[in-house]
Design a protein around this ligand. Structure first.
Ligand code: GDD
Length: 487
């Protein structure tokens, strides 16, 4: 190994740069790195998660990368993609593809999307997309997860992918639609070689902007037993809501989709498309047919699952629906994140309740009501009262006598003494003055009047009342505000 930075690049790509000093101390160079065993790593004091990650990366390097490629790795973005593209994917089983989209000009998720890509926005203490990935771990034959989007892979994405891989023990790779967005089916079609690599029996596609219980195991089972080419996860919604989604008219006994209409103006059905699908590999025959007719019309690159595939091929014994009765939400507005948080905190309560905060006596530790998640580095005054449905981020400071319910307080924010926060999302590093009131309404799907959202670095003076407003980053609020968007 001639590249002096080889070990450093290897650790960086694995999201484990913190072990660089340990590797240096043990004089691990490019040659000895490839020979490392589990016992060597134990002796170096490296714990199980990172150990597994290092060993699996070494195995992939040894089996799939040529020495010359490995020694010349230097651009971190390229590394992640090429490294992943050269990995040998397990044969058969099921793959998951998550459509992450890309930066959008839309304002509905503002101001939260101004600081972090929507898929990485923290909900119940973890990036939104982490919850999708966690659900994938329930698939016993999962071979890998592919993210398709048009975000540039920056360090935030890289660190997230590396840590999710290490924590969840799954392979994740990001594939970028480099020539702009290709549509919900265009990306699947463009990356066909990567998706079909390893001959998966099926692949599951998940929209990133949803939050639900992700019943992937049941959906896959249904597809194997009843489906043909495609099974859509469906759900009944109130009739007046249905027009916001793809609507499915079905044959009740077989669950075949007979008619599909994307956001129809007139009522078609109250069963909607939830944005999760299972496909058999022969879906590519339908993509080819759809593309052919588009090419005939000189419209050759952009392909939508909804309009070009489901609408066109329903009623031909290809498209089926599996209905869920569990909770499901689409995340379009920033306020809906608060509702997602409520659902995910309840899931935490049911699955690992010890991660949630326990109530104190209000003298030595804060009183906690319902589901509350507090980052270990947060400093909460023992006289504060928190909950239900509250998430307190890293480095947050909560002062004396503060009351917070139904809220997300993002990293490094401060809520000073006696302030009150309810139905609100408080941005990173934002400061709420003493005795201030930040209130919203539990109307999650509208921007105004709904949940109050304060962007990054907002300063709210003491005793000020902010009601149902959206405030863009770095504003200083010195007067009461109601039902406003402060730009
Ligand atoms: N990679 C990639 N490329 N992702 C995309 C693209 C694209 O060109 N277009 C959309 N996506 C991703 C978005 O990021 C989002 O996660 C998901 O696909 C849905 O895309 P939208 O275009 O925002 O559609 P929608 O949310 O209004 O409606 C869709 O989802 C509903 C369920 O949430 C439709 O499928 C509806 O029928 C469905 O009911």
């Amino acid at each position: 190994m001639e590249d002096p930075n080889f070990v450093q690049n290897f650790l960086k790509d694995s999201g484990l740069e913190r072990f660089l000093e340990v590797f240096k101390k043990h004089e691990i160079d490019g040659e000895s790195l490839l020979e490392l065993t589990d016992n060597d790593l134990i002796e170096m004091g490296i714990v199980i998660g990172p150990r597994k990650k290092i060993l699996s990366r070494i195995k992939k390097l040894k089996t799939t990368l040529s020495g010359s490629f490995a020694t010349n790795r230097n651009s971190s973005v390229e590394n992640l993609e090429i490294f992943s593209l050269n990995e040998k994917v397990k044969e058969g089983g099921v793959k998951v593809v998550i459509l992450v989209g890309g930066p959008s000009k839309g304002t509905r998720f503002r101001p939260l999307s101004m600081e972090t890509p929507k898929p990485l926005f923290p909900v119940a203490g973890k990036p939104l997309i982490y919850h999708h990935l966690k659900a994938c771990t329930k698939l016993s034959t999962l071979s890998e997860v592919i993210l398709i989007g048009f975000y540039d892979i920056n360090d935030t994405w890289k660190e997230f992918i590396a840590s999710a891989e290490a924590e969840l023990g799954i392979n994740i790779r990001y594939l970028k639609e480099s020539d702009g967005r290709l549509g919900t089916a265009g990306g699947l079609n463009f990356f066909r070689p990567q998706i079909l690599e390893g001959n998966p029996e099926h692949f599951i596609v998940i929209h990133c902007d949803i939050c639900c219980t992700f019943p992937l195991v049941d959906l896959l089972k249904f597809h194997k037993e009843n489906g043909k080419t495609c099974t859509i996860l469906g759900k009944k919604v109130p009739e007046k809501e249905a027009h916001k989604y793809g609507c499915l008219a079905i044959e009740p006994s077989t669950r075949e989709v007979l008619h599909y209409a994307e956001k129809p103006e007139t009522f078609i059905s109250d069963i909607i498309n939830c944005g999760i699908y299972v496909f058999s590999p022969n879906i590519y025959n339908l993509f080819a047919d759809a593309f052919k007719s588009k090419q005939d019309n000189n419209d050759a690159t952009y392909l939508q699952l909804e309009q070009d595939i489901f609408s066109r091929f329903c009623g031909e014994k290809q498209v089926y629906v599996y209905e869920t009765k569990d909770f499901w939400l689409q995340i379009k507005t920033a306020g809906v994140v608060l509702k997602c948080s409520e659902e995910l905190l309840q899931q935490l309560r049911e699955q690992s309740s010890d991660t949630l905060a326990r109530s104190g006596d209000g003298k030595t530790a804060p009183i906690i009501i319902g589901n509350v998640l507090i980052h270990p580095s947060a400093n909460v005054h023992p006289s504060a009262k928190l909950g239900p449905n509250v998430t307190i981020g890293e480095g947050v400071v909560i002062g004396e006598g503060v009351r917070i319910k139904n809220a997300i307080i993002l990293d490094k924010a401060e809520v000073r003494s006696r302030a009150f926060v309810c139905f609100a999302i408080i941005g990173w590093k934002t400061c709420i003055g003493k005795w201030a009131r930040i209130e919203g309404q539990p109307d999650y799907h509208v921007d105004i009047p709904g949940v109050t959202i304060l962007g990054t670095g907002v300063q709210v003076a003491g005793e000020i009342i902010i009601r149902s407003s959206v405030v863009l980053p770095h504003k200083e609020l010195g007067v009461d505000t109601k039902n406003q968007i402060i730009l």
